[in-house]
Design a protein around this ligand. Structure first.
Ligand SMILES: O=C(COP(=O)(O)O)[C@H](O)[C@H](O)COP(=O)(O)O
Length: 322
């Protein structure tokens, strides 16, 4: 029997999606690393470092696509200390800095993104993104009369979470089926979605279906905007790596009863898809509204990554924020 600690509990919640959304996953992982560090009793720094590496690996293996998770873990683990006390202080400070930096980034994205919204706009969103929501909420608080169309987002219905946020904020909301995206696009002025990862060529990895929304927007000449904190940019893609697309359990798509009825049926359940950069008009980050082509600059200059480091991290199996 595995003993449940605060860290394994967080890992379990990320796996089963009680904690979900790239930003929240990253912040919860940073908090769990801090709690783990503070709870370790040993005075032996080697033993402490080993236990922190174990904690890193447990959280790292929970979900593979959101780059914010390894970026948060690396940010917390960036410490050099000779004593356990110093290591604990550094880890706690790193975690706190990551969490407040992340919260401020979402707020800033809200402020920058709200400039893109005009009074009377109808905006479509897909899945549930706190960065996209920050834009809607800021625009609405500024007195803009907006209507947000939220997709249901099968199979986990994250659209219901979006609808719940919007309704609680008083923002006029319309819920549609995923299959109604193209039909509905003619009523839409702008699409705004979040990000699980942005690759070096500016392509977007987000909830499966995002690329179909982007295609429909492109066909209808509707602007497509992505809201992404800079820690969603993937340094390892600088080295030519692909972002792994999570394949989730078939039971999310079809219940066990029907699966038993069709025992030879194969089910594919990719949780994310890739929207090529040519369908993205703008990425709103906390450092400004940029074109997808600037992703290379964000990774290299803002995050400070060189090709050699990306290659090294690729071998270690991690991304990094700075
Ligand atoms: O695709 C999802 C969530 O997928 P899941 O529900 O599978 O985690 C969100 O659009 C991004 O994570 C961005 O969210 P945020 O802006 O909140 O970081």
């Amino acid at each position: 029997m595995i003993l449940m600690t605060a860290l394994t509990e967080t890992a379990e919640k990320i796996k089963n999606m009680e904690i979900r959304g790239a930003g929240k996953i990253a912040r919860s992982a940073a908090e769990a690393m801090k709690e783990e560090a503070l709870s370790i009793k040993t005075k032996d720094i080697k033993e402490f470092n080993r236990r922190m590496e174990d904690a890193y690996n447990i959280l790292y293996s929970t979900r593979p696509t959101a780059v914010s998770l390894p970026n948060a873990l690396r940010a917390v683990m960036r410490y050099k200390a000779d004593t356990v006390e110093d290591a604990k202080t550094a880890i706690a400070a790193n975690a706190d800095a990551f969490i407040s930096g992340s919260e401020n980034a979402v707020k800033k994205i809200g402020e920058i993104g709200a400039h893109r919204i005009k009074d009377g706009d109808t905006i479509m969103t897909h899945c549930n993104s706190s960065a996209a929501f920050a834009i809607f909420e800021t625009a609405y608080r500024q007195g803009k009369d907006i209507n947000v169309i939220a997709t249901e987002t099968r199979p986990r219905q994250q659209g219901y979470v979006t609808v719940d946020f919007l309704q609680k904020s008083g923002i006029p909301t319309t819920l549609i089926l995923d299959s109604a995206v193209r039909y509905t696009m003619k009523k839409v002025d702008l699409v705004i979605v979040g990000a699980d990862a942005v690759t070096v060529n500016g392509s977007l990895v987000n909830k499966v279906g995002t690329s179909q929304v982007a295609l429909a927007a492109n066909e209808a000449r509707v602007g497509f905007v992505c809201a992404a904190e800079t820690y969603k940019f993937s340094p390892r893609t600088l080295f030519g790596e692909m972002v792994e697309i999570e394949e989730r359990d078939p039971t999310e798509v079809l219940c066990n009863e029907l699966r038993a009825k069709w025992p030879n049926l194969k089910i594919s359940n990719p949780a994310f898809d890739i929207t090529p950069h040519k369908y993205i008009d703008m990425i709103i980050t906390e450092i400004g509204a940029i074109s997808p082509e600037m992703a290379y600059w964000v990774i290299k200059d803002k995050l400070g990554w060189e090709l050699e480091e990306a290659a090294e991290a690729s071998m270690r199996g991690c991304d990094d924020e700075n």
